[in-house]
Structure formats: C-alpha cells, structure tokens
Design a protein around this ligand. Structure first.
Ligand SMILES: [Fe+2]
Length: 189
C-alpha cells in the first residue's frame, strides 16, 4: 500500500494528513519539491534477475535519464531467506544503515519494482512518512533531511539512480529524531 502520513516534526502524534490516494500523495509531496510518479508493475519482478529488470524498464529509465544525469544505475534487492541462518542479522544490519536522519549531496532517486520501504522526509516543521510500494518512483532532493525504514522483514527490489558512484553515502545529522516516529511496521500495522 502506498501511504503518506504527515506528522509534526516535534510531535509524531500530531498527524496532519494520512492518505493512500495516489493523486493526493503526489500533490502533497510536490508542495515540498519531492517528485513522485508511477511506472508499470511487473508481477514476476522477484523472480526476474536484475539485468532483465533493467532491460524491462529500459524505456522509462531512458526517459528519466534523458539528460544523462545519472551515470550509475543499479538494483538493490533484499528478500527474506528462511534457509539462511544469517539472514536476520543481515536484515537488521541493512535496516539500521539508513534508519537515522541524514542527507545526501545528490537527489536520492528510487523506483520500487517490488516490495516496499518508507522514506521519512523531514521538511520544515513536518515529517512526511512515505511508504513506497511496487510501481512507485520517488526522488528525495539533495540536502533534504530524511531517513529510510525497510522494516523488520526487508523485502524489496529498487532501481537506484546515482550521479556519482558514491552518491548513496549519507551525511548523518546525529539527530535521533527518527526514534520518535512510527516505524514502517507500525505505519502498516
Ligand atoms: Fe538516504
């Protein structure tokens, strides 16, 4: 479920907006300079290898990258693996990586080909929790304070667009603001 929940930055209990309406979500995000759109969903994405997925979305990728701005385009994928005893630790480690507030020197552009994850955009006096699911394309502008929760059972495939090879590196603010907000699991619970 694509979901937007807007909360006061100093009080997560002050919920200003909660909507699953794609048009409303797009309008709300656009007011904050955050681009949000949709590409078609490929139902067999999880069973499709990354090269084939990139080829499938080739036209959309070419359109998005018409200026050649993104020089590094890859796929990040994580799926539960019950047979791997190390998976819980891998999942927890992956989740912890971007769970604290940070910003990037370039736009963080992600297309969810499958699964879901939540971007928390800290803009002005609000936090916009945006749960992206398959088909959602979100662009977090460079410098925007945010964090990302993939949940306790991470399961997604995301196409990532970078200008520089190290574009994913986060500049962490040290602010523990994220601890005061509902997690992805809680938002969907
Ligand atoms: Fe980030």
């Amino acid at each position: 479920m694509t979901l937007l929940q807007v909360m006061a930055a100093d009080n997560a209990a002050d919920v200003r907006v909660r909507t699953t309406d794609p048009t409303e979500i797009g309008t709300e995000l656009a007011q904050h300079g955050i681009a949000y759109s949709h590409w078609d969903v490929r139902a067999d994405a999880a069973a499709t290898d990354s090269d084939a997925l990139l080829a499938h979305y080739g036209p959309q990728i070419a359109d998005l990258n018409a200026t050649g701005r993104y020089r590094h385009i890859d796929i990040a994928r994580i799926h539960p693996d019950a047979d791997n005893p190390e998976w819980p630790a891998t999942a927890a480690g992956a989740r912890a990586k971007f769970l604290d507030e940070h910003r990037h020197a370039e736009d963080e552009v992600r297309f969810f080909a499958a699964g879901h994850g939540c971007f928390y955009l800290h803009v002005g006096d609000a936090v916009l929790a945006t749960v992206c699911e398959a088909g959602d394309l979100l662009s977090v502008p460079a410098g925007t304070l945010h964090w990302f929760d993939m949940g306790t059972t991470p399961d997604f495939i995301a196409i990532r667009f970078f200008e520089e090879a190290d574009g994913w590196v986060g500049d962490f603010t040290g602010d523990k603001i994220s601890a005061g907000f509902p997690t992805l699991d809680e938002l969907l619970g």
